[in-house]
Design a protein around this ligand. Structure first.
Ligand code: ADP
Ligand code: MN
Ligand code: MN
Ligand code: MN
Ligand code: MN
Length: 381
């Protein structure tokens, strides 16, 4: 029995090395793992990871399926189903929930020919599940397809250590000494988690996402990545797939990714998801007139938009939209040029050139970009 306990402890120790992904520690498990990972598979066999948004509206789920040929396009990826009662999406006695493939990416974890498949979720009767906003987004976008809507989305997030305290913060639940002053686009002791950001950038670009860039954010341990500008629904698809890959990469490092809009309380910066938007009218000569018109409409619809700009009914986003930390207060809407304290910001270049795009700064880090893009599109109808 003593021997068993010893064996178990050794096993757990090895497992910990293995799961924490500390690359300089070479355990036997690493070499066994590499052996299996590198086994040659028959050429036609493809591991497909189906990814979907669960009933929480922010967490992602995935499961794997082996395909017998390499799919050339989405139509060759079969529909599938899952147990919706285990994901907050269905009742136990009627739990079959459908996965409808909606976008395909190269799998950066397994590399080619393996794929990631972003899916929409539906009930058997053909109705979308409550957290599936993609269908209505696609519909709204199709109505303005002649206006060629482009979206560029900035996703901010916070990296937590496995003790549930932000990465790089003092371990005794203390706060960073030089609060908020040197972390934005910072380096050295002012940032934490750059290895995750580096891995994520490569993974996103490899996958076929329109990955645009990244920067360290105002709160130590928080970062941002951008996608776009992309035509139509691709930016929103890419943000969701980017979130999935970020969660997966954080697994290697024993870290946890949070998209909460105000994770560390009122005295610390918030976490947003700015949506940049333009149509051909806004990008063309004299586009500024159209941009201003849309800004006015976006402010007129402020209350409706705000309710849709964060997880659920967006209550947590009110903690972020205080008027401090480069936000405008949630109870009013204001647009302005070069103003990071405005709800909607136009870059100075837009005014100089008289055309371009606008930036809606109100969406929360945990927003659903399908909901936001759909509403932005509706302002142009
Ligand atoms: P900032 O942090 O100053 O707001 P970023 O560089 O982080 O700026 O983000 C700018 C975003 O604007 C990017 O996501 C980019 O894709 C997007 N963008 C640039 N041009 C357009 C455009 N014409 N239409 C829509 N989005 C755009
Ligand atoms: Mn099963
Ligand atoms: Mn940005
Ligand atoms: Mn930012
Ligand atoms: Mn921005």
């Amino acid at each position: 029995c003593k021997n068993m306990v010893k064996m178990q402890n050794t096993f757990l120790r090895n497992l910990r090395h293995f799961t924490s992904g500390v690359s300089h520690i070479k355990t036997p498990i690493d070499s066994y793992y590499n052996h299996y990972i590198n086994l040659p598979l028959p050429n036609n066999k493809v591991l497909a990871t189906y990814v979907w948004i669960d009933g929480s509206g922010i967490n992602l789920r995935s499961k794997d399926r082996i395909l017998d040929k390499v799919p050339c396009d989405l139509s060759m990826v079969p529909k599938w189903s899952f147990d919706g009662s285990s994901t907050g999406q269905a009742k136990t006695n009627d739990s079959d929930t459908l996965l409808i493939p909606s976008a395909m990416y190269k799998d950066p974890f397994r590399k080619s020919p393996h794929i990631l498949v972003l899916c929409e979720t539906y009930y058997g009767d053909g109705s979308p599940t409550p957290t599936n906003f993609r269908a209505q987004c696609a519909k709204a976008l199709s109505k303005i397809s002649d206006q060629e809507p482009w979206f560029g989305i900035e996703q901010e997030y916070t990296i937590f250590d496995n003790d549930m305290w932000p990465l790089g913060w003092p371990k005794n639940r203390g706060f960073p000494a030089l609060k908020s002053l040197f972390s934005y686009c910072g380096n050295g002791e002012h940032v934490a988690g750059r290895e995750i950001v580096e891995c994520h950038a490569r993974a996103c670009i490899f996958s076929g996402m329109d990955y645009g860039g990244s920067n360290a954010e105002v709160m130590k341990g928080s970062w941002e990545y951008q996608v776009g500008p992309s035509l139509g629904i691709k930016a929103a698809d890419d943000i969701w797939m980017g979130r999935y890959m970020l969660n997966r990469i954080a697994e290697h490092f024993g870290s946890i990714i949070s998209y909460h809009p105000k994770p560390m309380g009122k005295d610390q910066p918030g976490i947003g998801c700015h949506h940049n938007f333009s149509t051909n009218k806004m990008r063309d000569k004299e586009g500024i007139t159209e941009i201003k018109k849309i800004c006015e409409i976006m402010c007129d619809q402020h209350d409706k938009l705000i309710k849709n700009y964060g997880l659920g009914d967006s209550e947590e986003n009110k903690k972020r939209l205080t008027g401090k930390f480069e936000t405008a207060s949630y109870d009013k809407c204001r647009w302005g040029v070069s103003d990071r304290g405005a709800s909607i910001r136009l870059q100075k270049m837009v005014l100089v050139k008289g055309k371009g795009f606008l930036e809606d700064r109100r969406p929360a880090g945990d927003c659903d970009p399908y909901r936001v893009c759909a509403l932005l599109a509706e302002t142009c109808m």
